[in-house]
Design a protein around this ligand. Structure first.
Ligand code: ATP
Ligand code: MG
Length: 567
């Protein structure tokens, strides 16, 4: 081995030692050397002891001296690369006092959590932390028809995965007695009345801005109906309505529902309650009694703010600050339980973790990390504009996070056979071109698979570079044969990936794309391809992120299947 190579290894070792308080290790330097000096890959056995010697000698030099040697011999290593701050953070909160901010994340347990929930929960949490305050997780479980225990668990699992930590957890239904009390207070104060009009009549009156007879009923009538709501009346026969303003420009204020009867069994309380508060009623009361100082919700609730404050005014209760942000959505990828649920029920997708969906389960399975989701949410900032977010921003944030740990493997999509004479017997490849994530040994054989695409126009005499391995000169085209032509790096020849036929593993890669094109369900939204990968794939744990060379990042889903993450 010539001295310039030894010098390169010494440089790697010195740099690594200084980065690790004066000590380096031969394994690490071996993999760095193989990553940066390709010609060494064929002579791993020979260089291993040389590397050990170099590492030993450097480990014996005191830390301070190592640093001065770098300054003398390799000053280029000292030029610091400027680090870009990616986190944009959130703007300060209006009226926030250190130590006193309380936020809440109030999901309804009627579906699996998705990236829209992640946005809300992350913003709630970031603000609580920013001001040394508290985050409450409040399950908004007042519509027993749609809610299931399974979703309570799924939401907790999702938040856990995201790394969102809450300080308290509760259910709105824990406070049913209190909600009844507050409702009765509204009735007694003349702020609410019981209406027995048919649903159609209620709607028609709202459109025509007309009050109904029920609104004129006296307290006695209202109290009697309230009593009967818990026993005699059936679902749909009576509602409690807030006395708003039937002539209001804001349709929300046209005597909205505060309580209604729902006969369905509740996942926690079973048949205990049949009178349930509406969202508008319960959210205002709960936010107020929970001590919430800043209540975030998506922009489509903006018109409901007037009602929120009117209820709390009527009851003389403390008023939190309600703040809106935009609803997160992606082009062709619906982010809403209302749209997601039917897709699953009609089997258009395989389940809540189908990689085409924006649920947390699906994003996880696809290889998107919680860190990337948080950065993404913060990078969007606090806009109210409801524009579709660019999914590729999430992908590029994710790529930066997974790259360092993603092992590089060879994968061949449309395999063509090639026979090569004169190959080395074994080769050691670094798992990453620049990071220390180990090496792998490949026992070579003269029969390889390479991409059909790559050999299309090859003629006898042409050269190819088998990535990580060396050059091959074509000696015959049908069948394709070649001879090994050494290591030398040449600029002009095509570089191709390859796998050894004998132990190539056949797996499936799922490639998700947009679920909808315009309004239309995209029947081709999940492409499946059969490919050959290196046998090393089978040694990786499920859930490992891999970069298939010249293809993209994929997450190992099972022994037989990987899911395409992104380019
Ligand atoms: P969905 O349409 O999925 O049912 P939702 O708003 O009814 O949405 P909830 O479980 O009631 O779902 O939402 C809990 C919290 O998450 C609410 O504060 C809501 O504003 C917020 N949220 C839900 N979807 C999004 C989204 N796409 N972008 C931002 N925040 C969202
Ligand atoms: Mg909802």
């Amino acid at each position: 081995m010539d001295d310039s190579v030894k010098e390169k290894i010494r440089k790697l070792a010195l740099q690594n030692a200084v980065e690790h308080e004066g000590k380096t290790q031969d394994k690490i330097i071996l993999s760095k050397a193989l990553g940066t000096i390709p010609e060494l890959r064929k002579i791993v056995k020979e260089i291993t002891p040389i590397i050990s010697d170099i590492v030993n000698s450097i480990n014996q030099i005191p830390f301070e001296q190592q640093k001065s040697e770098i300054a003398k011999e390799f000053p280029d290593l000292l030029v610091e690369k400027p680090k870009k701050e990616e986190r944009e953070g959130l703007p300060p909160l209006d009226g926030a006092e250190q130590g006193k901010v309380i936020t809440r994340f109030p999901p309804e347990p009627n579906g699996y959590p998705h990236i829209g929930h992640a946005k809300a929960a992350i913003i709630d949490e970031e603000y609580a932390r920013m001001y040394g305050g508290k985050l409450i997780l409040r399950f908004d479980d007042t519509n027993p028809e749609a809610e299931r225990l399974e979703y309570w668990a799924a939401i907790k699992v999702g938040l856990d995965w995201l790394g969102v930590k809450y300080d308290m957890v509760k259910n709105t239904s824990d406070d049913m007695e209190l909600l009844y009390k507050k409702c009765l207070e509204l009735i007694n104060g003349g702020f609410a009345y019981l209406c027995t009009c048919k649903q159609e009549t209620v709607s028609a009156n709202r459109r025509e801005m007309k009050a109904c007879k029920c609104s004129l009923g006296d307290l006695e009538q209202n109290l009697e109906r309230w009593e009967k709501m818990f026993s005699k009346y059936k679902q749909g026969e009576v509602i409690v309505r807030f006395r708003g303003d039937m002539k209001s420009e804001n349709t929300v204020m046209r005597d909205p529902v505060m309580c209604r009867i729902i006969e369905a069994k509740h996942p926690i309380h079973a048949d205990k309650y049949r009178v349930w508060p509406s969202y508008d009623f319960s959210v205002a009361i709960e936010d107020s009694i929970d001590g919430v100082t800043h209540a975030f919700r998506t922009k489509e609730y903006e018109l409901r703010n007037e009602l929120y404050y009117a209820i709390l005014d009527a009851l003389k209760m403390r008023k939190p600050k309600v703040i809106e942000f935009s609803r997160l959505g992606f082009e062709g990828m619906p982010v809403s339980k209302r749209i997601l649920r039917p897709l699953i029920e009609e089997c258009k997708v395989s389940g809540y973790d189908d990689p085409r969906l924006p649920t947390l389960e699906a994003l996880k399975r696809r290889g998107i990390t919680p860190e990337a989701i948080r950065k993404f949410v913060l990078s969007l900032g606090f806009t109210k504009a409801d524009t579709l977010a660019p999914f590729d921003t999430l992908e590029s944030l994710n790529r930066k996070i997974v790259d360092a740990d993603s092992i590089r493997l060879h994968m061949v999509k449309n395999p063509a056979k090639m026979k090569i004479s004169g190959m080395p017997n074994v080769i050691t490849l670094p798992n990453h071109p620049t990071k220390d994530i180990g090496t792998r040994e490949i026992i070579l054989d003269e029969n390889l698979y390479i991409e059909s695409e790559d050999i299309k126009n090859l003629k006898t005499g042409d050269e190819l570079r088998l990535m990580g391995l060396g050059n091959v000169q074509i000696t015959k085209t049908e069948p394709l044969e070649g001879k090994y032509a050494g290591e030398e790096l040449k600029q002009q020849i095509p570089k191709v990936q390859w796998v050894v036929q004998k132990d190539a593993q056949k797996i499936k890669i799922l490639i998700p794309s947009q679920l909808f094109i315009g309004e239309q369900f995209n029947e081709k939204s999940l492409e499946e391809i059969d490919v050959f990968v290196e046998s090393y794939y089978s040694q990786l744990k499920e859930g490992k992120e891999i970069q298939f060379v010249r293809f993209g990042y994929c997450r190992k889903d099972s022994v037989l299947q990987a899911i395409y993450t992104h380019k």
